[in-house]
Design a protein around this ligand. Sequence first.
Ligand code: ADP
Ligand code: MG
Length: 801
Amino acid sequence: MKQNKQEEKAKQQKSKKDKFKLYKPKKKKSSEEDAAIQYLQAQYDKINPDAIKTFKDFPLSQKTLKGLKDNNYVTPTEIQRQAIGYALQGKDILGAAKTGSGKTLAFLIPILENLFCKKWTRLDGVGALVISPTRELAYQIYETLRKVGGLHDFSAGLIIGGQNLKFERKRMDQINILICTPGRLLQHMDENPLFDCSHLQILVLDEADRCLDMGFETTMNAIIENLPQERQTLLFSATQTKSVKDLARLSLSFPTYVAPHEQAETVTPESLQQSYIVCEIDEKIGILWSFIRNHLKQKVLVFMATCKQVKYTYDLFCKLRPGVSLLALYGTLHQEKRERIYNEFCRKSNVVLFATDLASRGLDFPHVNWVIQMDCPEDVETYIHRAGRTARGVFGKGEGLLMLLPHEEKIVEDLKKSKIPINKIAVDPSKVVAPQRKIEGLLSDNTELKQTAQRAFVSYVKSIFLMKNKEIFNVHLLDTDAYARSLGLIVPPRIRFLHKNLKGYNPPKKESDNEENEDVLDKLKTKAENDAGTDQSSDEEEKPIPQEKKNKKLTKELPKFDFHNDADSEEDEFLQVKKANVDVKPPIEEEEQNITKKKKKPLTKAAVAKKLLKKKIKVNTQVKFTEDGEAIEDEKKDVKSDLAKQFINEDVGGIDIEKAKEVLKEEDKYDKIRFREKVKAKHKEQKRKLKNKKKEEAEEQDDFGSQSESDGPDLSWLPDPDKIYGKKDSGSEKEDQSHTEDNSDLEEEKYHRPLKHKLVESKGIPQDSVAPRKKKKLKDISGSLSIQEAEALAMRLLQSQ
Ligand code: ADP
Ligand code: MG
């Protein structure tokens, strides 16, 4: 026992000694560190960007230098060479450099050094804040920071939407370098008492022009208000803002403008080869399909205008099985899925990713071979960023292909003016294989896919409608019928928002729960708020379709697009809006203002009662109507059976269901007789009319042209009274109703179709919307249908039965 006690004592003394030992070197280390910091800071003013060959030539901490070396960053890129020095000196910076030129490290290195020199600890809270417009980009910056700054003692945090808010909240006070998206940051600023950025040293906006544009305006203003004014601010983008208003918002008065490529011949990377094709809207899908089929061993990124288009193209192409992995990335996906898809596209090498502009900014997917812009970019900046997803880094190479509609070709002038070298090429029509039949077949079998197609159609037209540049994006120049057909939709969905807009827009009192409609109204409202707006669209209707649109043939002199540059392809296997400042027609604005005004007026019960009294309206009186909609004044007059008369006379409170049933049965008998008489009278009347008509227009056919005169009127569609009485509210009607309720897009198809659409409908596959009484007409056309269409028709008819 004694021995044990002695051993324990010895152990305790040793551990005390160890603590002491541990403590001592720390002090020593700290003083060493102080000296190192002083030495580094003394060098800052002497930095000469031209003399910098490697990162070691910068006065950087050992931890940062080792982090860079470990990740094979030896030679700084142009933007890094020029910006890091000024940033270390504490200057505010406006950094502009081409896509993929290494801007991330140009701001991450100064952040690490800034906090290192200030000996920032976990207890000091948030010292640096990096804001990115998208979650994926924030994640990418965070990962780069972890790699390069891993040897430092700071804690870094990624705060983006779609994550566990509670978890983030608890850890917030321990974060030193915060990488975030604007929305989520503001949420923490508003709701989280642990969030404190009053000691913030350095603020970075990556993709600064995007962060400061109208989509994020209010959020960013609120964030900036919460930040201390005494701080360093760094703004980076390939398309940098120079707007004085933007700079003033950030309290930047004299920032240093660092733009190493300003004098370069091109604004896009030199190793990026760029071409464009002009095609008709209905050729796009076939071209894309053929492209993918011929580039199976490549990494391809395809940009489209809207989430719904991405979803549909992805769903459709997956079903058509092109023989290569397909992925889709867009904003409405669940966060976990977004992360998985992002990582999968980074990892894989033979893969096609369909994406919205969500993926256009900043993302550094490794080794992308092709960027296809299937829909015209909103502006030159969007083009630059989308195309810049390839040919990245020091040795990156890549190609870009832009698909334009004939009237969109005007954007090429703007691209060329902005120093983008892009050439027109032609697609060899013989190489394009459009899986049109297959698509139509798939859609006729799959209602869900068809609905996705309808949504894609509406969302694309809407996106064009919302674009600001009306010279390029003119919804009236779109051949919407052709577009719908190319998506496999035989009947183009009705574009309700457009219809309303063209007619001066008369909103119904209560709009049905159409997500898309709300969506567009919201956007229109934002626009109305944001835009002083000139109305360019008012005379668009009258504009004739330009000749160039009709000119479908491809110019022969153009170099042919090489569909077969993928040698290993197995061909036989088988296809927040930044638009917040779009013009809005005055009638819409006025209407919306009226609605809000009306809504604001309070309507009390007393006021309603007064109104009723004034108008001498009797309240709570029961009025019954006949089937023809006429009010029944004396109910007793209308009943025939004795039982019913007796029942009405009794007039007792409540309802005796059994008795009521009996009365109804009795009344039914009389009703049937009445109905038969009515039908007979109707038949007679029709026969008489037909005879008269025959006399007058002996040679003319009737409107439908389907009945011979000798047949007499076909009244087979008239309901059989027995059946009607037998199953009054069951069967197909109910089914139809539920169908429409389920899907507002389908509803769009049913009404107000323009004449030429009607023609298509009568020839093609009948849609869900075809009412039962049109069945005869459908029978007549079945002979001209293809096998697939006939099958679909049979299915529909069976379903409706
Ligand atoms: P940007 O933000 O300008 O579009 P990134 O910062 O995303 O560019 O960098 C593009 C690519 O270049 C990344 O893969 C990155 O790892 C690489 N890179 C950055 N700096 C260097 C460097 N100094 N040396 C080698 N590669 C670099
Ligand atoms: Mg970047």
